[in-house]
Design a binder for this molecule. Structure first.
Ligand SMILES: *Cc1c(COP(=O)(O)O)cnc(C)c1O
Length: 455
């Protein structure tokens, strides 16, 4: 038993329900505001973007939401995902801590994003949608939604952040093979894109800009296209809860319970996915697991951003939500190679952070790639740079345990593999990466750029 490394579940262990933390957290959600009127959004406003089933999930108070049969069938292509004990990494660190990781990189597209792409495409299909629009940064979300749209015969337009479009052609080729149309954002196809290009013809793009373009294309389609988002929204976090539910069973198989659960955060979905079922156990069953979100020092929305209402996108097309934000016009530094570039954070997670139920930390990218390399050499998996933020924090926890001699149990989410991120790995191995802290002057002016609202 003590020698086991892999903890595998069978098909019948795939969760049949998504878990909704809002049923247990007792935190009333802040209103979501219409970007034009700055009044709470109406279902009609949201229904231009999303099918009704997803809108209902967004505001649901139900503790468990049944996963449709068709979605279960597609989940079986890669779920349950394995949970492993990183014994070789433990040995390399000389730590008494036990390090476990849940590996979501086994999904066909290489990340956890398939967990929400499949149900989002499914609900759109059954509500009569024929086409979707979306944005993608590093390309993981675009790949996942392209695959899912292929499953359900939906057309897909992907607005891909220009700098990634140039640096990651293979992600684009993958999306195109699944049948998606991919555009380098900013484009001159939308008002949002054209207004950015007018001022900055060489704009590298940002997630905020790409979201504006994808939302604009859906809003102006006369009901022909819906929009889909791969993180941040509550229904996305819900869908990701399968990660934590499986992990609970697998830790049980390992005969241990985590003292700390760690995930990287961009918009917050993979962290929420692994952490929320453990938060339920804290709230309902007296467990005391620490839940640690890890972000880059280059985009420190939780640790240094302002908790306020802000636009979800740069061109102010998307709803205004209450979140930790760096400002909707945020453009990430060109030197930053580690992903996780969104200016805001899932409102659900922000409210839990504000209430002290989860923790957050920020790490520099050189240390992140150091951790990725050590992990690859020990465990044989080349991790996504995003996921490597969680590896960094897990290693730091294990090194602290080495100092204190504590047999701490650490679980982190390995949200994806890095097989399409070799451009960034090359920058690291050739010594071109430097740490970058988001400047204090920029933090100081966030407040001036926020919308003025009455909530
Ligand atoms: C998109 C992505 C992330 C960041 O998004 P979250 O919504 O915060 O999970 C992290 N890891 C991988 C591999 C991703 O593709």
């Amino acid at each position: 038993m003590s020698e086991r490394i892999r903890f595998e579940l069978g098909e019948s262990d795939i969760p049949k329900f998504w878990y909704n933390i809002n049923a247990d957290s007792n935190i009333p959600p802040a209103p979501v505001l219409n970007p034009a009127t700055k009044e709470p959004v109406t279902p009609e406003f949201l229904s231009v973007l999303f099918p009704m089933e997803l809108i209902m999930q967004e505001i649901s108070k139900e503790r468990y939401i049944q996963i449709p049969e068709e979605v279960m069938e597609a989940y079986k292509l890669y779920r349950p995902t394995p949970l492993l004990r990183a014994r070789r990494l433990e040995k390399a660190l000389g730590t008494p801590a036990h390090i476990y990781y849940k590996y979501e990189g086994v999904s066909p597209v290489g990340s956890h994003k398939a967990n929400t792409a499949i149900p989002q495409a499914f609900y759109n299909k059954v509500s009569g949608t024929h086409a979707l629009t979306t944005e993608t940064g590093a390309g993981q979300w675009g790949s996942a939604l392209s695959m899912a749209c292929g499953f359900y015969d939906l057309a897909l337009e992907v607005y891909m952040v220009r700098v990634s479009y140039d640096q990651k052609p293979y992600r684009r080729f993958m999306m195109e093979t699944f049948g998606a149309q991919v555009f380098a954002s900013p484009t001159n196809l939308t008002n949002s894109g054209r207004s950015i290009l007018a001022e900055h013809p060489d704009s590298p793009g940002s997630l905020g800009i790409a979201i504006s373009e994808a939302v604009e294309m859906a809003v102006t389609s006369g009901g022909k296209k819906h929009y889909s988002l791969g993180s941040v929204l509550h229904h996305v976090l819900l869908h990701q809860s399968v990660i934590g539910e499986e992990s609970l069973k697998q830790m049980d198989m390992a005969g241990e319970y985590p003292d700390v659960v760690i995930g990287c955060v961009g918009g917050g979905s993979n962290f929420a996915g692994i952490a929320m079922p453990f938060l339920r156990e804290n709230l309902k069953n007296g467990q005391r697991t620490r839940l640690l979100a890890v972000e880059p020092t280059a985009t420190p929305s939780l640790t240094r951003g302002i908790y306020a209402f802000d636009y979800g996108d740069t061109a102010k097309m998307a709803p205004i939500v209450k979140m930790h934000t760096l400002g909707h016009d945020f453009i990430p530094a060109a030197i930053h190679a580690g992903g996780l570039r969104y200016h805001g954070m899932a409102p659900t997670l922000c409210s839990l952070y504000d209430a002290g139920l989860i923790e957050a930390t920020a790490v520099g990218q050189v240390e992140v790639f150091d951790a990725a390399q050590l992990f690859a050499r020990s465990e044989g998996i080349l991790p996504a740079p995003e996921s490597s933020h969680a590896i960094r924090a897990a290693i730091d926890e294990a090194l602290k345990a080495k100092e204190t001699g504590e047999k701490k149990v650490i679980l982190f989410n390995l949200s994806g593999h890095g097989h399409f991120d070799l451009f960034s790995y090359n920058r690291y191995t050739s010594g071109q990466l430097e740490n970058y802290d988001y400047p204090e002057e920029a933090i100081a002016t966030i407040r001036e750029r926020l919308p003025v609202v009455n909530f």
